[in-house]
Design a protein around this ligand. Structure first.
Ligand SMILES: Nc1ncnc2c1ncn2[C@@H]1O[C@H](COP(=O)(O)OP(=O)(O)O)[C@@H](O)[C@H]1O
Ligand SMILES: [Mg+2]
Length: 356
């Protein structure tokens, strides 16, 4: 254990656009941190359950979903459904061990029902209602309970592709967030939407905290921007090269104006200054590895896909990203964000160099 006994470091990979690699990156960063000896919990908080599907066999998922309403259930729905049923207090569930040092809190399609209610809980939190505040913080409290039972270094929330009430509580519970970005028009344009949404969420959370009763459960509400990861891969069977492709310098500028600048208006601790390029690493097209790893439920460099050299590159990439995360999260904490960028690579390398 290297981190606070009270709370693990909570991280969300977020881009409201789907298919940019959030789930793939989340899983493999977790595996890299686990290889480095860290204890990691993956929370599948996307009702689409892609993370769970990539780590557990179908039969096991079927059983989990069948049992998730019962007291022995083990999905995230089991944990939050009492909140939906009006007790406003979640239930502790035991995460599933998927690998040495990696646990999974499985996803559940019924999380959509929870999200419906979260809209009202948020509004009622602004009216100082204790039950609504507790319900809003229920996933956060669950993670803290799991950590108290078996200590964790990191928690990763996997998110669905939207700006919704569920993602709002996940981001506001995170110490850090990371933005995967592909070179296409929509993924880059989504950055402005992300920045605006975060600013509004933090502002509202500050308002809620300022007026909340003293014994209210509150989300931490200071998600710091840790960095971005450019991605390049084929989606829906065709290359993005056929579409408008941003170069990396342009992506870096958008990252600064749409995210860092917006967050730094709240606090300089929430994002790096313009002099720092917060690129955490680049994730090239590794389709043979990614597909094999999804089938086998392992890290991409442990999969049977691709060549040994591609697997070695994948391992280097993810250990590099994991080390950057450790640097930011460990010791200096959020202050590390204002330090010089390390190992980010030259910012003038174009997406075309990655295959666009
Ligand atoms: N670097 C990559 N190389 C090749 N395929 C990838 C890569 N990253 C993701 N994919 C594939 O792209 C699709 C979308 O990735 P995913 O991680 O599910 O994105 P998101 O969670 O943002 O929707 C998946 O089918 C995944 O297997
Ligand atoms: Mg996903």
């Amino acid at each position: 254990m290297v981190y606070s006994p009270e709370s693990p470091v909570r991280i969300t990979l977020f881009n409201p656009k789907g298919g940019v690699g959030k789930t793939t990156l989340t899983t493999n960063i977790a595996f890299a941190l686990a290889e480095m000896g860290r204890s990691v919990l993956l929370v599948d908080s996307d009702p689409q359950c892609n993370l769970t599907a990539s780590l557990l066999p179908d039969e096991q998922i079927d059983d989990l979903l069948n049992q998730s309403n019962g007291s022995d259930g083990q999905t995230i729905w089991t944990a939050v459904s009492p909140v939906v049923h009006d007790t406003r207090v979640g239930r502790l569930v035991e995460p599933i061990s998927v690998e040495s040092n990696v646990k999974l809190l499985p996803g559940d399609i019924r999380l959509f029902e929870f999200e419906e209610l979260l809209h009202d809980f948020w509004k009622d939190s602004l009216k100082r209602r204790l039950g609504a505040l507790r319900a809003t913080a229920s996933i956060s409290m669950l993670v803290s309970q799991i950590h108290r039972q078996s200590p964790l270094d990191y928690v990763f929330y996997d998110t669905g592709p939207n700006i919704g009430a569920l993602n709002r509580v996940l981001l506001l519970d995170s110490d850090f967030f990371v933005v995967p970005v592909t070179c296409d028009l929509y993924s880059v344009r989504a950055l402005a939407t992300l920045g605006k949404a975060l600013a509004k969420w933090i502002f509202d959370a500050e308002t809620i905290a300022a007026i909340a009763p003293a014994d209210a459960e509150l989300l931490r509400s200071t998600p710091a921007f840790l960095g971005y990861v450019p991605q390049r891969f084929k989606v829906y069977g065709r290359s993005m090269a056929a579409e408008r492709c941003f170069d990396l310098r342009e992506v870096k500028n958008r990252i600064h104006t749409d995210i860092s600048k917006v967050l730094r208006e709240f606090s300089h601790n929430l994002a790096p200054p313009p002099s720092v390029d917060p690129m955490l690493g680049r994730f090239e097209d590794m389709a043979p590895l990614v597909l094999a790893a999804q089938r086998e439920g392992v890290a991409i460099w442990e999969s049977s896909g691709g060549t040994p050299s591609l697997r070695a590159t994948a391992r280097r990439t993810f250990h590099g990203i994991a080390r950057r995360i450790e640097q930011a999260a460990h010791g200096a904490g959020k202050r590390a964000l204002s330090g010089p960028a390390q190992g980010t690579g030259a910012d003038d390398i174009r997406m075309s160099a990655l295959g666009c």
